[in-house]
Design a protein around this ligand. Structure first.
Ligand code: 7TS
Length: 416
């Protein structure tokens, strides 16, 4: 697919998303809340339907035909995830419920065993609560100290401040790849390289990058990377943890139960090989199959094409927002950002704005987007956020901008 063809991504894919073809309050739905969760293409809905209609049984347990079909489907999807992020081995991919669970897994399994009082963990002030609270809890359990990279002048990641925080006390760095509030794309390869020089481990929160751009764990050289399926066309209830093989091998289990064992005695047990050591209990089988179908679908479009098209949309979105005098846009002001824009308007509270836009069929998010500390730093109690995916069009962004201008005018009139 060439770049020009990529411009037609929305036109090509629109019919694959039946949910988008509906009216909300009598207006065509314009879905601009993709950073919270994406919609699902027919290919994924069909895969779920097919799995439950033909193949369902519990995995890894039976020798009967349905159980081996279910196991093949579940494990086949793992191969797809591994290839999608270029993991060196399928054993490096652990299914989790979502990114949040993946981060908690690392915080408990690795953190409890490896951190002690006085060790330092570097996070940034822009982290989603998912990549903050598990480390706060770990710090409370172990006495480790959390350090925070501040924002740069352009409201991105301050690499110089990061460098100044790194020392031989740093044991872990856990940083978001693309901020779900600022939209900045953080220099993860450089972040990892510098941390490794100090002997620290690095976890990358790739929730907002994996769905939208090619992500290569070997090129980044991170120790762990986490993502959620529901933001990348897959069902809810499935996400994954990537971890380097030796590191995952060295980590004790997180949850105990069936599936994760080799031999069990009354007083002790040995554990299954990777990745099953970290997958206790009956897993989200259909959801994993759905994730595999989502990855096939994304690959059929091409992640480079998705990224290129979304960059065009984002440039347009940002330019349009910047032309509205009342709008204050957060994050980098140029086009070097991901496809989401958080903003405030002088007169209209983000929640009111979201309610008014909903009346016009437009779905955006209002609130703190699970980044409360960041909102305090940029001195906004809450923001409105529009976020795109490849099925959105420039015309939808234009309609959003018109409705936004009308809302500002209306409220401006009331408060004038
Ligand atoms: N990290 C980032 C960067 C995120 O954007 C999110 C979800 C998470 C972690 C947590 O993902 P989960 O699937 O485990 O819940 N972000 C958002 C959002 O921006 N609006 O709703 C969810």
């Amino acid at each position: 697919m060439t770049f020009t063809q990529a411009r037609t991504l929305a036109a090509q894919t629109r019919a694959d998303f039946p949910i988008l073809d509906q009216e909300i309050h009598g207006k065509p739905l314009i879905y601009l809340d993709n950073a919270a969760s994406s919609q699902k293409p027919l290919a994924v809905l069909d895969a779920l339907q097919y799995y439950y209609t033909h193949d369902h049984a519990n995995v890894h347990r039976g020798v009967h035909t349905l159980s081996s079909r279910a196991t093949d489907a579940y494990e086949g999807a793992r191969d797809k995830v591994a290839a999608f992020v270029n993991a060196a081995s399928r054993q490096e991919i652990v299914y989790t419920r979502n990114a949040t669970e993946a981060i908690n897994l690392v915080a408990y399994a690795w953190g409890n065993a490896n951190l002690k009082s006085g060790d330092e963990v570097i996070l940034s002030v822009m982290e989603h609560h998912s990549n903050l609270i598990p480390w706060q809890l770990l710090a409370q359990r172990t006495g480790a100290v959390l350090k925070f990279v501040q924002l740069s002048e352009t409201q991105g990641f301050d690499l110089e401040h990061y460098k100044s925080l790194l020392s031989d006390r740093t044991k872990l760095v856990a940083i978001v790849h693309v901020s779900n509030t600022l939209g900045c794309i953080n220099p993860v390869e450089e972040i990892v390289r510098l941390a490794h020089q100090q002997g620290a481990r690095v976890l990358i929160d790739a929730c907002q990058s994996v769905p939208h751009m090619p992500v290569d764990v070997q090129a980044i050289d991170c120790d762990w990377l986490v993502a959620s399926g529901h933001k990348m066309c897959a069902p809810t209830g499935i996400g994954f943890l990537y971890g380097k093989l030796d590191l995952l091998r060295s980590m004790p289990p997180f949850l105990g139960g069936g599936e994760m064992i080799a031999d069990v005695f009354l007083d002790h047990a040995t554990y299954a090989d990777l990745p099953h050591k970290f997958e206790a209990g009956t897993p989200a089988i259909a959801e994993a199959v759905g994730l595999g179908a989502a990855i096939d679908y994304l690959n059929s479009l091409g992640m480079e094409n998705i990224h290129a098209y979304e960059q065009e949309l984002t440039t347009h979105l940002v330019q349009q927002l910047q032309q509205i005098p009342e709008v204050r846009l957060y994050g980098p002001q140029g086009s070097d950002r991901a496809g989401l824009a958080s903003f405030t308007t002088g007169a209209v509270h983000p929640h009111d704005l979201s309610t008014i836009l909903d009346q016009a069929g437009i779905a955006i998010r209002a609130g703190h987007h699970c980044t409360q500390p960041l909102h305090r730093i940029v001195k906004a109690q809450s923001t409105a956020r529009a976020s795109v995916y490849f099925y959105n069009t420039q015309a939808e962004i234009d309609a959003f901008i018109v409705a936004l201008r009308e809302a500002i005018e209306f409220f401006g009139g009331i408060f004038a």
